[in-house]
Design a protein around this ligand. Structure first.
Ligand code: ADP
Length: 569
């Protein structure tokens, strides 16, 4: 596979050219199989608990996951002929079988490709073809999606089906169809995991295309290993084997923020929601299984908050909530604080594995008035992520908490290129990588002298009004603090006088009475007057992308085509 290895020689034991003194340390490659072996032995009693919707949840120990991952690897090798860096895709919810695939596929040397089940069918077909997936492991409940897609996936030779769901949609498929449990049955429960090069491809994930075409990011064993260690640091998520983490963030979205790997390093139990991602079932599983930690994008938490307000439940076990993927609205953080769930805000991207920053306030701020402000930032860079800000002319900007520029990052778990397809070269578009190899994130913000990142916007969402920049996120956060507002999205629209001006699209809570004048007056107390939107509209719901982020492309299109009923004030 056309792996990008320009940053470093793939021979990890290379002798430095003129070194007088060689390191005397052992040269043990950082492999996913080592994480699996560690987790399934040292933490063999920890559990992956999968919600089933009715009856008892399914419980599987890390030791069982280890045995079953070995069985899956044998099945893929012996029965399906998976060899070398073949791509094995998953079309699955978060569940124990998905964790088994997470470990089996890379550990045997193949490449795990997690497919985003919320993508439109044509994009999914393109991605499967681009990645040259040979095998798809799919949940039975997702066959209505996969069935009609299969005729458009000529490279897929095998489909392995796991869990409940009608198989008849696959009848007549040219790919061979297998039952997951039948494949595993009787296979040896250990596997002689190969000693791979740590820079070898382990897993791949395509960006969700919020701001452009999907692009493939290929993680190495080494990048996954180092990223997992970082997730486990006390100043990061810092979980231990006393914790149970409710992993709502999908396994198809940037490795579920690294949690499946990180938990196997430390024995954290995982509570997996499978397909039960609605606020009701989430509240129910929190009450029943008492997780101590949870991770998801703000949209999920907005839904849960509304659910808990309507129907209070005992969620007292849940004391730590990691929120990322989009900016966490301050009102949401405050509401969760009230419920005793402490929000920890984090920033990252598909290209950054994803954890790039996490907002744990510095010790001197804890318990002071400054603490909440620190928690609202996107957070601090961990060791391993270097950052710099680039101004409009490419100049470096100071870390003064005021100078806003595009964030660029570099580090061992940050992408240095995109996957070019099996026959193509890895590529580095100029708008995504600097000449000296840093990732241009497309995110605009400031960095304080103590290394806390505050994002003001995505470069493509910033409103450029008469030579000044208006942050759409600031306006949204201010609007969402109003008690009548359920959600608000602000986008730039063309304006004859100013170039661009903000359009406020607002989702009102049920029974809310606030009118635009009231909302505008509310905003006027929180942002500069020249930033106040003149254009307003009420919408039934903010359009969302496949991973639950505000889809501003859709709102801009709706505005341009005159679909929105806009009031000028
Ligand atoms: P896509 O780029 O397709 O949306 P990603 O999941 O890779 O898919 O999204 C990464 C982007 O999400 C970041 O570049 C940033 O704009 C946004 N993002 C992630 N976390 C945060 C956060 N805590 N605050 C604000 N924006 C965030």
């Amino acid at each position: 596979m056309a792996a990008e290895s320009a940053h470093r020689s793939p021979t990890f034991s290379a002798k430095p050219p003129e070194a007088a003194v060689l390191s005397t340390m052992q040269d043990v490659p950082l492999l996913i199989s080592r994480i699996l072996t560690h987790g399934s032995t040292i933490h063999g009693g920890s559990q992956v608990i999968t919600w089933t919707g009715e009856g008892a949840p399914q419980r599987r120990s890390f030791a069982e996951i280890g045995s079953r991952a070995a069985q899956l690897a044998h099945a893929l090798h012996d029965d399906l002929g998976v060899r070398g860096d073949d791509r094995v895709a998953t079309l699955m919810w978060n569940n124990a079988e998905h964790v088994e695939a997470y470990f089996a596929v890379p550990s045997m040397g193949a490449v795990l490709h997690t497919l985003n089940l919320r993508l439109p069918a044509n994009q999914l077909a393109w991605i499967v073809g681009h990645a040259s997936d040979r095998v798809i492991i799919a949940n039975g409940s997702l066959l209505p999606l996969l069935g009609p897609l299969l005729p458009h996936l000529p490279g897929v030779e095998h489909v392995v089906v796991s869990g409940p769901g009608d198989r008849s949609v696959l009848e007549g498929a040219s790919a061979r169809v297998h039952e997951y449990e039948e494949l595993l049955a009787g296979k040896p429960t250990t596997y002689d995991w190969p000693e791979l090069d740590e820079l070898q491809a382990a897993a791949m994930c395509y960006t969700s295309g919020t701001t452009g075409d999907p692009k493939g990011v290929v993680y190495s064993h080494r990048s996954v290993y180092l990223h997992s260690m970082q997730v486990n640091m006390a100043q990061s998520m810092g979980l231990t084997d006393a914790d149970t983490s409710l992993v709502v963030v999908p396994q198809f979205h940037v490795n579920a923020w690294g949690l499946p790997h990180a938990t196997f390093m430390t024995g954290v139990n995982m509570l997996m929601p499978d397909r039960f991602l609605q606020p009701g079932p989430l509240a129910e599983m929190i009450e029943a299984e008492r997780p101590t930690h949870a991770a998801a994008v703000p949209t999920i938490w907005q839904g849960l908050l509304a659910e808990l307000t309507a129907k209070p439940r005992d969620v007292s076990s849940l004391t730590q909530v990691t929120i990322g993927g989009s900016a966490c609205p301050p009102a949401l953080m405050a509401a969760f604080d009230e419920l005793g769930m402490r929000v920890c805000h984090a920033w990252g991207m598909t290209e950054t594995s994803p954890l790039g920053t996490i907002a744990r306030p510095p010790a001197h701020a804890v318990g002071t008035d400054e603490e909440f402000a620190y928690r609202l930032t996107q957070g601090r860079f961990p060791a391993g992520v270097e950052a710099r800000l680039s101004g409009p002319g490419g100049e470096r900007l100071p870390w003064d908490g005021e100078s806003a520029g595009e964030l660029e990052v570099r580090g061992p778990w940050i992408a240095g290129a995109y996957f070019g397809g099996t026959d193509g070269e890895a590529f580095r578009p100029e708008d995504k990588f600097s000449a000296d190899g840093w990732l241009k994130t497309g995110d605009v913000g400031t960095i304080s002298h103590d290394g806390f990142l505050t994002l003001t916007d995505r470069a493509k969402d910033v409103i450029k009004s008469g030579g000044e920049w208006i942050s759409s996120v600031d306006l949204e956060n201010a609007l969402m603090a109003h008690p009548d507002v359920a959600e608000a999205a602000v986008v730039a629209v063309p304006d004859d006088k100013w170039g661009e001006r903000p359009l406020a699209t607002v989702v009102l809570k049920e029974g809310a009475t606030a009118d635009f004048e009231t909302l505008r007056a509310f905003l006027a107390e929180r942002v500069a007057k020249w930033q106040l939107p003149e254009r307003w509209t009420v919408i039934p719901a903010v359009p969302k992308t496949s991973v639950g982020k505000f889809d501003k492309k859709v709102i801009r299109k709706q505005y341009a085509s005159g679909e929105l009923d806009v009031t000028q004030i």
